[in-house]
Structures are given as C-alpha cells and as structure tokens.
Design a protein around this ligand. Structure first.
Ligand code: PLP
Length: 476
C-alpha cells in the first residue's frame, strides 16, 4: 500500500494536514483516501506529530513565563485512546483523571502513578485506594473527604498526597459572559457542584494539616470552557490569588503546586460559532482564536501580580489541557451517500453522526470541512447531515465544494471529545481510530460491531420459549 506522498508537491493546510498536487488530502504523509479504503468510514484519524507539537507548545508557552516550574497534566477524558495517552506519557505529560476508570487507563498506558492527579466528586473508596497505591495526588472535593482518605491511607500503610479543589471566588468572574449556560461565569461557578469555596478551603486545609496520613501539596481549580476570550484567564488568576492569600493568612499554608485546570481553546475552536466576517470564511490554515502564548501571558502575569502583592511565594504551576492537546490532532473521515436536493436546500447525507464527532460542538463551520479529494468543483451552500433520527446537523448552510455519492469528506478538529463521548444512538457502532506518524498508520481502536453494541444484552429464556409460563403475567 502506498502511503507516502514524499515525491509529489504538497500544500500545507495545517501543521499536519497537507494537500497533494493531485488533490489528495494527507495526514502527515499518509493518504486519507487510502485509510478510508482500508479501515472504512466513518474513521477518526489522529496525527501523532500534532499531539506532540500541541503538548510541547502549551508546555513551552508556560515554562517560558513561569519560573517556579510547570506540570502539564493531559486531561485524558478529551481523548481516552490508550495509544494517545501513551504518546503523551512518552512526552512526559502528567495526567488529570476523573475517577478510577481514567486513573486505570492512564496507568495502563504507562503513565507513572506519581505524575497522575485524581479529580472527581463523590469519589469511590476504590478510586482513593488506587490513587494512594500508585502515588497519585488526590484533589479533595468536599470537607468530609480528607477523613475518608485518612482511613484508607492508614489501612494501606502509606501517606496520601492531596490537594484541594477550590471553587473560585465568583466576584472577579461576575461580569464575564459564558457560552456554557445562561448567566455569567460567576453565576455558573456558584451553581457548580465542584470544589470548596474560599472559607471551606480554609477549614479543610486546617483539618488536613492535622492528619499525619495526608500531605497537603496542592490547590486546584478547573473553571471549564466558557468562552475563548483570553481575559477570562486573567480573571480566574485574580480569583485564585485571593483564595491563596486567604488560606495563607488563616492557616499559614501555601501550596507547592497551584493547578489552574484546562479549558484552553484550540486553534479553530469548534465549540463556538466563529463569525463569518463579510461572508468570507477563514481559511483552513488560520487560527481564529488567540494563540496559547496569549493565554499564558494573561494567566502568568495576573497570577504573578496577585501572589506578589499578597507576599506569597510562587508555587509550581499545574495545567490540565484536554482539548488544546487533542482537538486539532484529529479529523473524521466520512463517506457521502445521498445528496438530496429540494428547491431551496441541499442535504449532503454522510455516514458520520453528530454523536461521533462531538455532541457539544457547534454545528461545524465551513472552515472545518474539506473534501478528501479536492476536485476543484464550484462550491454550493449545503447542509451536512448524519444518519441519526434527530436533526443530526453536522454543518448547516455552509459553502462546500460540490460532492457526489461515494466521495469522502473530512471534518477537522475532532481529536477531542468526539470518540470519548460518542454513544451508540440508533444502535450504530462507534468508528475506528487510526494513529498516523510520518508515513505510518496504525489502528488504535477498532470499529464497534453490532455484536459489540449489543454485548451487554440478554433476552430472558422465558421470552424466547414456547413453554407454559410464557407471558403468563400479562395474560393473567
Ligand atoms: C475537563 C477537565 C479538564 C480539561 O478541559 P479542556 O477544556 O479539555 O482543556 C481539565 N481539568 C478538569 C478537572 C476537567 O474536568
């Protein structure tokens, strides 16, 4: 099989996406059409090089701006494929895990336990125990949790390293708009179940510091993804500094590591509708949101100011990027079936479903769609729809090069929160995932079969037999 297009002219669309002179789309040096022929569609294709580049870029952006040291925890929920976690472990990325399954997956992929952080509310004892055994840090989410951790640590005969998840002070975030819910970021934070408010942090730190079985090392916060605006992160830093100062004043403790969570926007952010200025769609190779270095600037300078004005030492800085690392590393390849035309609308019906490319995405804009084999045909305005029983709108009213049945379409930036959140809606199996590195392609998740989809099912024998008891209850 011919993967490499080394000799042909290629045009760079992105750092990992190329267009060969014969119109073929490549991920690194691998021809996407050949991947679709080999593995079928819909198919997720990930670029290993891009994963590594994204990790290094966010790490370096913060390392250059934060002298006290930086730890980048990959948030495995964004893309839980073990091979992805393996690549990032190879890069030295630490890990954010919610609950036991993500902790186990991270360990299975070879991430060292002491570089992992266990997050989550209402944690199972088994998760706490596993974290203590592998040396992961546990972020306490409620005031009763330290006592539970203490009991488990005592039974294990080991000390537990813990942090506290804080609820940021909503005041500095009160005026900030959010696209996650109605209201502001401030009101979202107030409603959110996560973490301990400033005064609960003080009380919880006090009780943890009295427990010999626990070592209090961190403070943690994850605001979530609200808007791509850089200024939000300055507001977050201001809010965190206030809590740090309060805890230091009241308890005389300050963290070795301060984690600010994830939520960093990826280049072409598929979670917010990108305004289409003057009817001109941005090109594939453009970033539409600020580069990560601007986020690092905003966070590091506001945090530096907040800490120094409170007279506090700078802790190590923890980051938990998920979408930033995985999002732009993936595309989803889908086959065009029926193209349905009415007098006022054209539906390009494809085999990928909205549940397979990310439920929380906005309907995809034209900038994140491209023909796999660009034939240079004129564009038409179409809706791209999947097979599900809901609207299943992958893209609405976007200009797209005319496509015909059997041709392939690539949906860009599906590396995060696509496969990990996919469901079996309408009994459809989840797509296969392929990891590309240079000229090599490896299957890292096979396609789900019908047998996989119904693997949990059982029909009770009484419903199958013709025996006397059949349906007796209903007939009685
Ligand atoms: C989801 C999550 C992240 C990652 O968020 P992204 O928006 O993907 O960067 C980080 N930390 C915690 C605690 C999370 O729940």
């Amino acid at each position: 099989m011919k993967w490499a297009h080394g000799s042909s002219e290629v045009t760079r669309l992105d750092t990992h996406l190329f267009r060969a002179d014969d119109g073929e789309l490549l991920v690194e040096r691998v021809c996407v059409r050949e991947l679709a022929e080999r593995y079928g569609t819909p198919l997720h294709v990930l670029s290993e090089t891009r994963l590594r580049e994204n990790y290094r870029r966010i790490r370096d952006a913060f390392v250059e701006r934060w002298e006290a040291g930086v730890e980048v925890c990959y948030s495995i929920k964004a893309n839980p494929a073990l091979a992805v976690r393996r690549v990032l472990a190879d890069e030295g990325a630490h890990g954010d895990c919610l609950g036991l399954p993500e902790l186990q997956a991270s360990l299975l992929a070879g991430t060292p336990g002491p570089t992992l952080v266990l997050n989550g509310n209402n944690k199972a004892d088994t998760a706490i125990q596993a974290a203590i055994r592998c040396g992961a840090r546990i972020n306490v989410d409620d005031p009763g949790e330290p006592a539970r951790i203490r009991a488990i640590a005592a039974a294990e005969g080991r000390r537990a390293r813990v942090g506290m998840r804080m609820k940021p002070d909503p005041a500095p975030l009160a005026g900030r708009r959010t696209e996650l819910a109605s209201g502001t970021v401030g009101s979202y934070v107030q409603r959110s179940k996560w973490g301990l408010g400033p005064h609960d942090c003080v009380a919880t730190a006090r009780s943890i510091l009295k427990m010999e079985e626990l070592e209090l090392v961190g403070l943690h916060c994850h605001l979530g993804r609200h808007v791509p605006e850089v200024e939000l992160f300055g507001g977050l830093a201001a809010s965190l500094s206030e809590t740090l100062a309060l805890v230091a004043r009241e308890v005389g403790w300050s963290p070795q590591v301060l984690t600010v969570g994830g939520g960093f926007t990826q280049g072409r952010d598929p979670y917010f509708r990108t305004p289409c200025e003057g009817g001109v769609w941005p090109r594939v190779e453009d970033d539409f949101v600020a580069p990560i270095e601007h986020y690092a600037d905003a966070l590091c300078s506001a945090l530096g100011e907040g800490l120094s004005s409170a007279g506090l030492p700078a802790p190590r800085l923890g980051l938990e990027p998920g979408r930033y690392i995985a999002g732009s590393a993936g595309i989803t390849v889908t086959t065009v079936g029926t193209v349905k035309r009415s007098s006022d609308r054209v539906w390009v019906e494809v085999d990928a479903a909205i549940t397979q490319i990310g439920m929380s995405r906005s309907p995809t804009d034209a900038h994140a769609l491209t023909a796999v084999h660009a034939a240079g045909r004129p564009e038409e305005v179409v809706d791209v729809v999947g097979p599900l029983c809901v609207l299943d709108l992958i893209a609405e009213q976007v200009p797209l090069e005319a496509l015909y049945e059997g041709e392939l379409l690539a949906i860009l930036d599906t590396g995060a929160y696509a496969d990990g959140e996919a469901s079996n809606a309408n009994s459809i199996g989840r797509p296969a995932v392929v990891l590309v590195c240079g000229g090599q392609a490896d299957l890292i998740r096979r396609r789900e079969t019908l047998a996989d989809v119904f693997a949990r099912d059982a029909i009770p024998p009484r419903l199958l037999g013709e025996g006397a008891g059949r349906g007796a209850d209903q007939r009685a």
